[in-house]
Write a protein of this length. Sequence first.
Length: 279
Amino acid sequence: MNRDVTIRGRRMHACLLGGGDTTIVLLSGSCIPLPQLEYRPLIKAMSQEALVVLLEKFGYGGSDTTSQRRDLQHVVEEYREALASLDVPLPVVLAAHSMGFLEALYWAQHYPGEVSALVGIDPATPGSYQDFDTHKAVKQLTALSQKPLLRKMTADRYCRQLFRRLDIPNQRRADLQAKALHNFASPVWLAEAQALPENLTTIKEAPLPRATPTLFFLSNGRGTSMPSAVWRQHCMDFLGNMVYSEYVLLDLPHNLYQLAPELIAKKIAAWLRPAAEHE
């Protein structure tokens, strides 16, 4: 089921699928033009045993853009308002891909009663940014945003690959391509990248939610900016700070949610049953 909710005068798109006593809120990684399609295989797989809620934050998917700051406080408050508008009961499991894990972590740090567990789908942990050149990323994104033809070519290539993989009907493709181009390398994405240093400082200044059960699915590092051993070590270091934690190593690239959705969903469902005992 697709729903639009109005948050601070802007429309946020949400996808809800499945049902049951467990609610999993899925948070997108950065620079994903169409999250509902990108994560569709995983959403379907997880919805077999839980209510799955995908919130497309502003500047993503079918949601509006925004001129509001993209610091973690603003983004997470928008998510929380969206869940309230959708009447989603709390607490929820936060499942986050890549940089979306910073949002999930902030949420668990500041509103622990609303988060029953954390699931990192090849998550970008705070420590991983020690090996990430934020300035270079902002510069590259800025350059791309100023080249309309390159933006269109890149967005179209992304759409072609996604449509072919998911067998999207021809009659839907033009509208989806327009949305992808509208979002791709937008001012919202640029503001999000520029806010990264501040967001990392914010995370470090708050205590970790050590008692929150945490499960990581870790890739072989392909598709990230660092070697497999380094990428995985940052995740292991983070999990070492958590009281209840587990990880699954997959010899798959960063988009492992597309390549092994059933495996991931089954593991999450099995893990959440004993994880509930820690609450």
